[in-house]
Write a protein that binds this ligand. Structure first.
Ligand code: KIV
Ligand code: ZN
Length: 503
């Protein structure tokens, strides 16, 4: 019988550790729901003890998301274990993932612990975690730079204390595929003896561009769980890309002895959502989800694909959720808009529908036609009820080459309109200055990205910003055919999150 490969997705934990990503609890819950639609087996929802925000996100995901196992990461301290257990307790099925560093350099420089102390910490923490939950994962951090015999010793200690999954992380992306497979074989042979139910797992980083290759090599050595993040995001160069593993296994069923249970048609939607909410663009030539992953440029290739798609395509783009010919125009009414939403499997309540429809009409009047990706961008910026309810009514900018750029911005709050002006070193900056005045707050722009949604001179653009107000960061998105207006909408969305909750 072919074994099932467990997919653990860590977009919300290791993925979120990528520099500049600041997901709100609402964003994380939205991504977790989408991961459940993708049918990953385990969602590592966060690191509960790392911050109150992470605790809240993990708890909400555990309470609201059904299907996958919900896991929280924990160090080997009692407080970490207790917080992780508390955060995942409402899940249908929960897991605590305990980790500690095992390489000489980490033990000396970071933990200041010797081998014996590390072994004791593993036994105590896994025993404590086991009192709360049956499903316990253990990771010896920096395993690929650890003495392999000590890797085995730590894993045996964890299994003896009750760990059910043993995860071997290539924390710094140092391993080569054959070396990694060798380490996995050793752990398989020496740790699973007498413990055949223990699942072996891998967690690879991409510092040398080998995360996916190393993970796949581990499967051949007996791994039955792979950890990854959507779009490969994560610390430094990122993690194994979840979608690349899923598609490698699905596409090469002739080669691998395992199968995955994911619903591949949700891959593109999941990738887009993660990219939108994190502000991390997907590189054009990214495997599986890049916008060029199924684009054929040379005449010979185009000719081949027209004759038979399989001449140059090893995967069916529709099976991954690519492509759609849904287009709405400025004459499309509510019924056509609702029909498009239902085809995209999007449900909005009445108010969110009206807001999204109004914005669609404004943009369709200017642009003529709106494609599916444009519709998704509009919905993603309009379907969340803004907490503070400040709305952008209009923006005018002037200035240019020999004149200081100025923005005149009108906003509405509680039915009252207010017009403010701002000057800056560019038009976007002037809008940002004016909006800080409207919100009566001082903010710093930490990150600013413009992603074209459609091509051509009248393209729609999606603007993602991260702003800092005091010690906290807030993200916002805006969509428009005009970059300055899209930026102002993104600033308003971010600054609205600084206002007190009115719900
Ligand atoms: O890369 C790593 O070692 C980790 C562990 C916490 C599993 O993320
Ligand atoms: Zn990691």
């Amino acid at each position: 019988m072919t074994d099932r490969l467990i997919i653990l997705d860590t977009t919300l934990r290791d993925g979120e550790q990528a520099p500049g990503i600041a997901l709100s609890p609402d964003d994380k819950v939205a991504i977790a729901h989408q991961l459940a639609k993708l049918q990953v087996d385990v969602i590592e929802a966060g690191f509960a003890a790392s911050s109150p925000g992470d605790f809240l996100s993990v708890s909400r995901i555990a309470a609201e998301v059904r299907g996958p196992v919900i896991a929280s990461l924990a160090r080997t301290t009692p407080d970490d274990i207790d917080q992780a257990a508390d955060a995942v307790k409402a899940a249908e099925r929960s897991r605590i993932h305990v980790f500690i560093s095992t390489s000489q350099i980490h033990m000396e420089q970071m933990l200041r612990m010797n081998k014996q102390e590390v072994l004791e910490a593993i036994t105590e923490s896994v025993t404590r975690a086991k009192r709360y939950c049956d499903d316990i994962e253990f990771s010896p951090q920096d395993a690929t730079r650890t003495d392999p015999d000590f890797v085995v010793e730590t894993c045996r200690a964890a299994v003896a204390a009750g760990a059910t999954t043993i995860n071997i992380p290539d924390t710094v992306g140092y391993a080569m595929p054959e070396h990694f497979a060798g380490l996995m074989t050793k752990v398989y042979d020496e740790v699973r003896q007498g413990n055949q139910d223990v699942i072996l797992s891998t967690h690879c980083h991409n510092d040398l561009g080998l995360a996916v290759a190393n993970s796949l090599s581990a499967i051949e050595a007996g791994a039955r769980q792979i950890e990854g993040a959507i779009n490969g995001i994560g610390e430094r160069a990122g993690n194994t890309s979840t979608e690349e593993i899923i598609m490698a296994i699905k596409t090469r069923q002739d080669y691998f002895d395992v199968e995955v249970g994911a619903n591949t048609t949700e891959i593109v939607e999941t990738s887009r959502l993660v990219s939108r909410l994190t502000g991390y663009p997907v590189q054009f030539n990214k495997a599986v989800v890049g916008r060029n992953a199924f684009a054929h440029e040379s005449g010979i290739h185009q000719h081949g694909v027209l004759q038979n798609r399989e001449t140059y395509e090893i995967m069916d783009p529709a099976a991954i959720g690519h492509e759609s010919v849904l287009v709405l125009g400025k004459h499309s009414g509510r019924a056509a808009f609702a029909d498009a939403l239902s085809k995209m499997d999007i449900q909005l309540d009445e108010k969110a529908f009206e807001r999204a429809f109004r914005r669609f009409k404004e943009l369709a009047d200017r642009k003529g036609e709106i494609s599916e990706s444009g519709l998704r961008a509009i919905i993603s910026t309009q379907s969340v009820v803004p907490r503070g309810e400040v709305k952008l009514v209009g923006i005018r900018v002037s200035g240019g080459y020999d004149q200081t750029p100025e923005a005149v911005v009108t906003v509405e709050r509680g039915g009252v309109e207010q017009t403010v002006t701002g000057e800056g070193d560019g038009m976007v900056n002037a809008a940002f200055v004016a909006l800080q005045d409207a919100f009566d707050t001082a903010a710093t722009l930490l990150d600013y990205r413009v992603n074209p949604i459609t091509s051509g001179a009248d393209a729609m653009a999606e603007v993602n910003v991260i702003v800092q107000v005091g010690p906290a960061t807030f993200s916002g998105r805006g969509v428009s055919t005009d970059v300055v207006e899209g930026s102002a909408r993104a600033f308003v969305a971010a600054l609205n999150k600084t206002l007190p909750d009115m719900e």
